[in-house]
Design a protein around this ligand. Structure first.
Ligand SMILES: [Zn+2]
Length: 308
């Protein structure tokens, strides 16, 4: 493994693959938007190919149904396909039973497109919080091996401000802390999104933050996490790399939140991929000894002690 910036940590690179117009702020504001999904995915695939990097794509089940060849093409380039729900409905709006159905339908659609069942899940709008902690039960019984939905920050829409920042095996009693070997642990690993700072936490994981924060601040944040032995887990959306998306019909506030920084994101990610080592969520969790390469967990490993 190549060492960058004095650390040998490999970071998680992930993309939430959904229609650009399915974002919560936009879906009610647009009439008849143009799909740009294939051209957006191609921009990202070209960039990853240039750096020889594989990433995890958390795919909305409906998109896998609509574009099975595209999803299979992503997989055939060595990327991991995870589930991003079936209809991109945040868990806040779902019952546990409805969430189970979402998982079944999305896994079915992904398996039909690629021949492989997803092992990882990312909730729409990072909607795994204390309010929806039943999600871990449902994910575990549906056979998922890891979740990557916990944002250890406080925001008006989502977040678990005191959740661990490093990946960990999820304890049965409190899913938002690192357990010990003596207590009951789930056969489910959590890979939280990147945030820096112990008390006041700043999200640096990508998406809106990735577009708005300068490249040098993102690099500083990733380096800071890596020095503490924490792999940074970054997420982006393929549409965020595509300046061709239609924005004229949006009001200025929505346009800022949804599209600010789109023009510069490709070169920013290019810079991050040159400076740091990245891989799929699955591979990083294997490297962290939380999952084994055969698909079962390693002695129910707990994360290293979270010292912060
Ligand atoms: Zn999403």
């Amino acid at each position: 493994m190549t060492s960058f910036n004095g650390t040998s940590k490999t970071n998680v690179l992930s993309f939430d693959l959904e229609h650009w117009h399915s974002a919560t702020l936009l879906s009610s504001a647009l009439e008849d938007p143009v799909d740009r999904i294939e051209e957006s995915v191609d921009i990202v695939l070209n960039l990853l190919r240039k750096h020889g990097v594989t990433a995890t794509f958390f795919v909305v089940g409906e998109v896998a149904e609509e574009y099975p060849d595209l999803i299979d093409r992503v997989r055939s380039e060595g990327h991991e396909i995870g589930s991003h729900g079936h209809t991109h409905t945040p868990l806040f709006e779902l019952s546990p039973a409805a969430f189970e159905t979402e998982l079944e339908r999305s896994s079915g659609a992904i398996e039909r497109a690629t021949g492989v069942e997803p092992e990882g899940f990312r909730a729409p709008n990072f909607s795994v919080t204390r309010e929806t902690e039943w999600a871990f039960d449902v994910l575990e019984s549906a056979g998922f091996r890891y979740d990557s939905s916990v944002f250890p920050v406080k925001t008006p829409m989502y977040g678990v401000p005191d959740a661990p920042r490093r990946p960990y095996t999820v304890p049965v009693d409190d899913p938002f802390r690192i357990g010990s070997n003596r207590e009951a642990l789930r056969s489910l690993v959590e890979s939280p999104l990147a945030a820096i700072g112990s008390v006041l936490r700043l999200p640096i994981a990508g998406g809106f933050y990735g577009r708005v924060l300068p490249e040098r601040l993102l690099k500083w944040g990733i380096r800071r996490l890596n020095r503490r032995g924490i792999p940074a887990n970054l997420y982006f959306h393929p549409w965020e790399f595509n300046p061709a998306i239609e924005v004229e019909s949006l009001r200025p506030h929505k346009r800022f939140v949804s599209f600010h920084g789109v023009e510069g994101l490709e070169s920013k990610l290019d810079g991050l991929l040159s400076a740091f080592s990245f891989n799929t969520a699955r591979s990083v969790l294997e490297q962290e000894a939380l999952l084994d390469s055969g698909g079962s967990d390693v002695e129910r490993a707990v994360g290293a002690n979270d010292l912060e």
